[in-house]
Design a protein around this ligand. Sequence first.
Ligand SMILES: [Zn+2]
Length: 302
Amino acid sequence: MDIIYRYDPFAPIEMPRIPDVATAMNRLIEGNDRFVEIVTQMQERTLGRHSGEPLVIPVSPVTLGLPLFEGVMPTQAPFAAIVGCADARVPTEAIFDESFNSLFVLRIAGNVLGSEGIGSLHYALANLGESLRTVLILGHAKCGAVTAAVDAYLSPEAYVDIASTHALRTIVDGIQIAVRGAARALTLHGGGLIESSPDYRSLLVAVSVYVNAAVSALELQREFNGFIENPPAVNFSVYDFETLRVQCLPSDDDDDSNKIPRYLPAPDSADELFQYASDVAKAFLSLDDDALDRNCRLTVKM
Ligand SMILES: [Zn+2]
C-alpha cells in the first residue's frame, strides 16, 4: 500500500475558515476520522483485506501551517487549544490529522491542570484570540496517571509508594475527585459487590478516565468564567486505543460508535458531573464480554 503525499504548486489552496466553536470542533472530529481511516486502511492491508490502491493525500506548505517561501515567519494562529496527557501513545496533532500552527497543545500527565497550565491557556486566550475558537480537554483510555490515582484510592496504605514525590502526589491527588465519582457511579449501577469483582480495578480506571476529562473541563470552564470576559466554551473527550476515535462514552462496535457523542461541553455543576459519571459507568457495565475485554481488561501499564 502506498501513501502518497502530493504537493501541486499550481493547485488552488483552500484554507477552511474557522468562525466559531462548532466549526472548530467539526474540524477536529473530521481530522480524527481521517486519522482513523488512514490507520484502518493500513491495518486492513496488513491482513490482506485492502485492495492496495494508493492513498493520495494532497498537501501544501500553506495548509500544513508552514511558510510558502524560505525565510518567512508564520504568525501563530491555532484554531484550538488542547489539554492532553503526556502519554507517548497519544500525540495530539497526529490524532486530529493536524500539522504546524493549528493547535495550541498542553500535555500533562493525567491532563491535570496546575497553575502553569492554566496560565499558558490564559496567555493563548489573551494573545491568540484572533484565531482560537475552542478549548478541548483530551483524556485517553488506560491512562497511567489515572491508574496511579485508582491504585492510591484502592490501597491508601500504599499511597506514599505510588505517589513517591510531592510532584507526583500533586497529579495523583488532582485525579481523586474523578476516581471517587467513578467509584460511586459503578456502585450505583453495579451494586455493592462490584468492588470485589476481579475486574474492578480495570473497570474503575476505565470509568475514571472519562470522568477525569469531565472534571478537568469543569474546573477549566469555572476558571475561565471567573477571569475572562466572554469565556470560551470548554469541551472534553477521550481518545480510545481500540477505536482510534475521540469519544465521550465507551463503544460496543462500529455501528454503536457512530451514535456516541465525540465530545461534550464541560459539566457546569457537581450534579451534572455525577450524571455523566453515571452514564459512563452504566455504558461500561452494559458492554458485552468481548467489548469489556477490549475496553477494560487489557493490562494497564503504569
Ligand atoms: Zn495518560
